[in-house]
Design a binder for this molecule. Structure first.
Ligand SMILES: [Zn+2]
Length: 121
C-alpha cells in the first residue's frame, strides 16, 4: 500500500501508466470536492462557484454523486486519459453534472460550451 516516492523515480515507478486510478485518496478527494460544492451551493452568494462548469446550470447536490443525470461528478479540466499524472491535483477539479461529464467524455471543452474557468478560479 502507498506510494514510495523518491527523487529518482518520480511517481513511484509505473503503477499507473495510462488510465485512472480509483484509489482511496481519489475517493476522499471526490467526497471532499462534493462537500465543498454542496456548501457553496447552499449560499446564494457563493452558488455561482458550485454550478456545472460545462453548462453553467445548478447541480443537484441533494442527490448522491453520480446517481442521476443532474447529480454531481468531479470532472477534470485536463482529461485523465491524457493527463493521468494530474488526476489527484485539486487545481484541475471542476464541478459538473454527471450527464455533462459523460457527454464531454475525454474531449477538451469546446469553446462556447459554458464557462471554461469561472471568475472564482
Ligand atoms: Zn451541466
Amino acid at each position: 500500500m502507498g506510494w514510495v516516492l523518491n527523487g529518482a523515480e518520480g511517481w513511484g515507478g509505473n503503477a499507473v501508466v495510462n488510465g485512472r486510478r480509483n484509489s482511496r485518496r481519489m475517493q476522499q478527494l471526490r467526497a471532499e470536492f462534493f462537500a465543498e460544492g454542496k456548501r457553496l451551493d447552499a449560499d446564494p452568494a457563493t452558488r455561482p462557484a458550485s454550478v456545472c462548469w460545462l453548462c453553467g446550470q445548478r447541480i443537484d447536490y441533494d442527490a448522491e454523486p453520480g446517481t442521476t443525470n443532474e447529480s454531481h461528478e468531479l470532472d477534470h479540466f485536463f482529461p485523465v486519459s491524457t493527463n493521468p499524472e494530474l488526476q489527484e491535483d485539486p487545481a484541475g477539479f471542476r464541478h459538473a453534472h454527471r450527464l455533462c461529464n459523460a457527454k464531454r467524455g475525454n474531449r477538451a471543452p469546446r469553446p462556447g460550451l459554458g464557462r471554461i474557468v469561472s471568475a472564482w478560479w
